[in-house]
Design a binder for this molecule. Structure first.
Ligand code: GLU
Length: 557
């Protein structure tokens, strides 16, 4: 045995397999030419974040549009930051947003696929096998430095204005011999395994980022850690081993990793792996006091995707909105293919924003209104009540007390409408928006339009009551308002009013606003004739009477 082989046995005696074993166990995938294998690799440290959802979406659509595979991998090497239920939170979140997972974790506790385990804490043997191979080849070595020693070196480097890190002459154990290492191991000293870097800071590496284009950086020359003292791999090492063995073709990840690419390229080289194509995704940004910054988990509630669910945004709206951020040509696609599934969009990584797109709540609301306007009343009923059941139990009970009534309410200006009203962006708005449909939620507040006097209002409402017929269609309904106009010196036709405004007190439109206020206390609602039909004759008359009483009281009192 060579010294390097002895060293490898000394450091990792329990590892019996060689890399060939895993290479055979996880052979290249048989996929059609050009099919991409992508993944999202979250750490289970909290809730699903908007950035993770966005990354997952980009990876998913990239796999879909090439007929490839998208999988999930749990990167749980930092046990200190892990939270209970973390995997479930994230995977359930992806499922909820309709991100289909072909392989890897498909729920909090189920994995599928032939390239697992898909959880790094269950892959210790694999990492150690590759580390052992590197030690045998003299490409990695043990380092026994304590945290204090490393800190000392760092301070010295800072003092002498030298790049900090474990490189060159500062790599204390770089040339450790087998017998030196043996002595320290036998003393029971903890050690990490480091890469023996062959790189030189003076050299440049170039690579083509699938999103950001050509990038050039200094080569890595740091003997960075591969396995920590507890045998757990660093992100760098696990990334190389996992993405190779899981046969990932495209690593599309947050751009905080871009500075690590030289390390990764060197690792793929020493391990004898073909590097994947990298694409670095810019974070979603937010405007804060006029300047752009990354959405922050600490400061912004919308950083956690759960926020959108609680607010009652439909997952499909959030996804549709994220697609507009992901691809600059997505809106053209949407205009051309109104009802098409977003998954049929031909996604091109080159169309992604290089600098980070701004999160725009108004835009999200517009997209969302469009999505909800495209649903029929039964879909809206299902989704609204499902949301209310989870987040507003009181409202859920109100909505479901008479499903028939609620469905009719939701059908107004929607079912069969040529242009359905684009008025609801999220379910949490609905309660207030349709408040006047439910007496338990509604307290009238009557405010007259400026150009209608109290006495005229009373006269109109009293006359209207006499002719109101709940079976009238929209036209007949409006004709009845018009009919009352001359009695009050209001113009039945808007054009007459416009031509001679001095001749009239107002127009039929103003009187219909008055009626709208009587019924709903609002000036702007969906079609009033339909609202009145849904509320029913008794309720309509009662509300009209209430307003008459209110106005008379004001006059008399
Ligand atoms: N666990 C890493 C992260 O959450 C994954 C990065 C990657 O996709 O490789 O940032």
């Amino acid at each position: 045995m060579t010294d390097n082989e002895l060293l490898a046995e000394l450091l990792l005696p329990d590892i019996k397999h060689t890399p060939e074993y895993f290479e055979e166990k996880f052979p290249p995938r048989e996929l059609k030419e050009g099919a991409r294998v992508t993944r999202v690799a979250p750490s289970p440290t909290g809730y699903l974040h908007l950035g993770t959802l966005f990354t997952a979406l980009v990876n998913r659509i990239c796999a879909t549009s090439s007929g490839g595979v998208f999988y999930t991998r749990i990167e749980d090497t930092d046990k200190k930051r892990e939270i209970k239920g973390g995997i479930e939170n994230i995977i359930d979140g992806l499922n909820r947003f309709g991100i289909e997972i072909d392989e890897g974790f498909i729920s909090g506790n189920e994995e599928k696929g032939n390239y697992g385990p898909y959880q790094q804490s269950h892959r210790a043997e694999i990492y150690k096998t590759y580390a052992k191979m590197l030690i045998k080849k003299g490409l990695a070595y043990p380092c026994f430095c304590t945290a204090e020693e490393l800190e000392e070196v760092r301070k010295e480097q800072e003092k002498n204005k030298i790049r900090t890190g474990y490189h060159g002459e500062y790599a204390k154990h770089r040339n450790i011999t087998y017998s030196e290492a043996k002595e320290l191991v036998e003393k029971g000293l903890p050690f990490v395994i480091r890469l023996r870097s062959g790189g030189n800071e003076e050299n440049r590496i170039r690579f083509e980022d699938a999103i950001k284009g050509k990038i050039e950086m200094p080569e890595n020359d740091e003997d960075f850690v591969l396995l920590k003292s507890d045998g757990i791999p660093t992100y760098h090492f696990a990334h190389a081993v996992d993405d190779h063995l899981m046969r990932t073709t495209h690593v599309l990840r947050g751009d905080e990793w871009i500075s690590s690419v030289p390390k990764h390229i060197e690792l793929f080289k020493v391990l004898g792996f073909k590097p994947p194509k990298y694409g670095h995704i810019s974070p979603i940004m937010k405007l804060d006091n006029g300047s752009k910054r990354k959405i922050s988990k600490r400061k912004d509630p919308e950083a956690a995707v759960h926020f959108f669910i609680e607010e009652g945004y439909e997952p499909c709206s959030v996804i549709e909105y994220l697609m507009t951020i992901a691809a600059s040509d997505y809106e053209d696609f949407r205009r051309a293919e109104k009802g098409a599934d977003y998954r049929t969009f031909k996604f091109n990584l080159k169309r992604m924003s290089v600098s980070g797109a701004l999160f725009d709540e108004n835009k999200l609301n517009d997209v969302s209104k469009m999505m909800i306007a495209a649903m029929d009343s039964s879909a809206v009923y299902e989704k609204l009540t499902a949301w209310a059941k989870e987040f507003d139990k009181e409202y859920y009970d109100i909505l479901t007390a008479s499903p028939e009534f609620t469905r009719k309410m939701l059908a107004i200006d929607r079912d069969g409408a040529k242009k359905p009203r684009k008025d609801i962006a999220k379910w949490s708005e609905v309660k207030d928006y349709y408040r006047y449909f439910f007496n338990s939620l509604y307290t009238p507040s009557f405010e007259l339009p400026e150009n209608i006097e109290k006495q005229d209002a009373i006269t109109f409402l009293s006359e209207y009551k006499k002719v109101y017929d709940e079976n009238d269609d929209r036209q007949a309904w409006f004709d009845k308002i018009k009919l009352i106009c001359p009695t009050l010196s209001f113009a039945a036709e808007t054009k007459d009013y416009k031509a001679n405004p001095e001749k009239y007190k107002g127009s039929a439109g103003d009187l219909s606003t008055l009626l709208r206020i009587a019924i709903t206390s609002r000036r702007n609602t969906p079609d009033l004739c339909s609202i009145m039909a849904v509320l029913g004759r008794d309720e309509d008359i009662k509300r009209i009477d209430d307003m008459i009483k209110y106005l008379s009281g004001e006059i008399n009192g």
